[in-house]
Design a protein around this ligand. Sequence first.
Ligand code: SAH
Length: 242
Amino acid sequence: MSLRFVLVATRHPGNIGATARAMKTMGLSELVLVAPETFPHADATARASGADDVLAKARVVATLAEAVADCGLVYGTSAHVRSRYYWPGLTPREAAPRLQAAAREGHAAVVFGTERIGLTNEELEGCHALIHIPTDPEFDSLNLAQAVQVIAYELRLALDLPPLRPARDVPLAPVAELEQLWAHFDAVLREVDFTDRNGGPHLLRRVKRILSRAELDQHEVNILRGILSAVQAKRRRAGSTP
Ligand code: SAH
């Protein structure tokens, strides 16, 4: 239904314009800007050179959560290979058919970070997986709009591939529901004292990583939420009988 490109905290409006152009050449038009530093701006319009319609339609939102809440599949992008070990990693070529499949069934998004520092760890962890464009390891950071172009091109090529799999019966769970699932896990893990020794976030991060890799559908999220609620109910009953 839709394939969305999300730019987080872009500093240079020229990069927003160049992104719109890169997208439009590959037949993509849904651009969402999370807290851009300066937009709209003449530099954005100039660099869009003809993709003004994509810029005009661009939605500006305050948070990444808002930009992807309804998406069943969200891939972040990272200039560092290191991140691939930290979170499931894909090349643009691996990611493109999966994004196209998800976009046929619901909403899918690719998220790009801010020019100097990229996406924060928290932003990366809100994604199902990370796309890294293979580069020289000594010089791995592309210009933002050029990274957009490479990924948009692979998405274009993937349109010609046979569908990755039959359409799902049950849609992927939107990110907003996954966020509720993480919060529920957090609550139950605390209730049963299954936490990091130092109270840190590592354990929950591991749980999120496992479940993000699984690309859960709505029924699967309901099952996990049901299990967590059953644990809570049982504990409450146990607590009330001395
Ligand atoms: N030092 C930053 C570089 C940011 S470049 C970092 O650690 O990521 C700005 C954005 O361009 C990145 O957030 C990412 O969205 C995209 N980008 C740049 N190089 C990339 C690469 N090799 N693979 C995937 N995305 C890349």
